[in-house]
Write a protein that binds this ligand. Structure first.
Ligand code: ADE
Ligand code: ZN
Length: 326
């Protein structure tokens, strides 16, 4: 179940998946000095969540043109496919791709889609995109982001979300953006219950009408909320290795994914920003198997839950389902 078994990943930030060597290469080409974001071994270096976000943004500064995103997409999908991922959804931000200008955003999106098509032919992995507003950039910028998303919504761009610093503002500040995205036919998810507590998850569900929650793990601090999430069939995009690397939980055995699943919540497993957290999908599966004694059956159930919650069209879902059952 670790390396070769087919996996479905729902929560992956494209820039956050950039291998450090790839970013160093781009920086060298552009004569940019970003040595401060790496440690002596060449890995991304940060001490807390806010600094992690700043290092993420500094690395993203090297991605200046659509061609850079084309190369990034190919590099990221190669890594995902090597971990056995056959279907993936990635977060994309018009903030980083063309400064929220719709025309520029279209060019970035085109470059990313072209790379995704190549990777599908090369590695058999299918990618779909979710436009993501960045919470600490504020509600006004998120409206521009939502308009970019609405303009390009369709068969490939399937969702809208919210990432960034959960401590800034409230979900309802972003309700206009989520309404616009919903009207454009996009499916909805938002980061909540990572750096905010259960009330943050409750607010995101009530005020944004999301059907999936990014992380959501801190719902465990309020069992009535856990039961509500289970009853409503809301899916959690759980990224255990990310939570542990960022210090939310001291180790795998204390991570709440097991308890959430036991209480009936639909949990899925993703990597979030894999090189930042020294992880891969294969490693997530391996560590979960060891921590909770999960067998192949549990991982098969998780892959099916993930595919059922994917934002793709039904023909794509069926094609991936066939491969999951091979
Ligand atoms: N952007 C990239 N990774 C993130 C995370 N784990 N939480 C919030 N925003 C993010
Ligand atoms: Zn995330």
């Amino acid at each position: 179940m670790t390396q070769t078994h087919p996996k479905v990943e729902l929560h992956l930030h494209l820039e956050g998946a950039a291998p450090p060597a790839f970013i160093r290469g781009l920086a060298a080409e552009k004569k940019m000095d970003i040595s401060g974001i790496f440690d002596e071994r060449g890995n991304y270096s940060y001490t807390d969540f806010w600094q992690f976000l700043k290092v993420y943004e500094a690395a993203t500064e090297t991605l200046k043109i659509p061609e850079d995103y084309h190369r990034l997409t190919l590099a990221v999908l190669e890594e995902s496919a090597a971990s056995g991922v056959i279907y993936s959804e990635t977060f994309l931000s018009p903030d980083f791709c063309g400064g929220r200008d719709v025309g520029a955003w279209r060019e970035y999106l085109h470059a990313i889609r072209e790379a995704a098509d190549l990777a599908e032919k090369r590695d058999g992995i299918i990618l779909r995109g979710i436009v993501t507003a960045i919470r600490h950039f504020g509600p006004e910028k998120s409206k521009e982001t939502a308009l970019c998303a609405a303009e390009t919504a369709g068969d490939w761009l399937v969702g809208f979300g919210l990432a960034g610093d959960e401590k800034m503002g409230k979900p309802k500040d972003f309700a206009w953006s989520f309404d616009a995205a919903r009207e454009a036919g996009l499916r909805l998810t938002a980061h909540a219950g990572e750096w905010g507590g259960p009330e943050s998850v409750r607010d995101a569900i009530c005020d944004l009408g999301i059907e999936r929650v990014g992380h959501g793990v801190r719902a465990i601090e309020d069992l009535a909320l856990v039961d509500e999430i289970a009853e409503k069939g809301i899916v959690l995009e759980v990224c255990p290795g990310s939570n542990i690397a960022l210090g939310l939980y001291p180790g795998w055995r204390t991570h709440p994914i097991h308890r959430l699943r036991e209480r009936g919540v639909k949990v899925t497993v993703s990597t979030d920003d894999p090189p930042f957290f020294h992880t891969t999908m294969a490693r997530e599966y391996q560590m979960l198997a060891e921590a909770f004694d999960w067998d192949d059956g549990v991982f098969e159930e998780i892959a099916k839950t993930s595919l059922a919650a994917a934002f793709c069209d039904e023909a794509t879902r069926e094609a991936v389902a066939k491969r999951l059952s091979e």
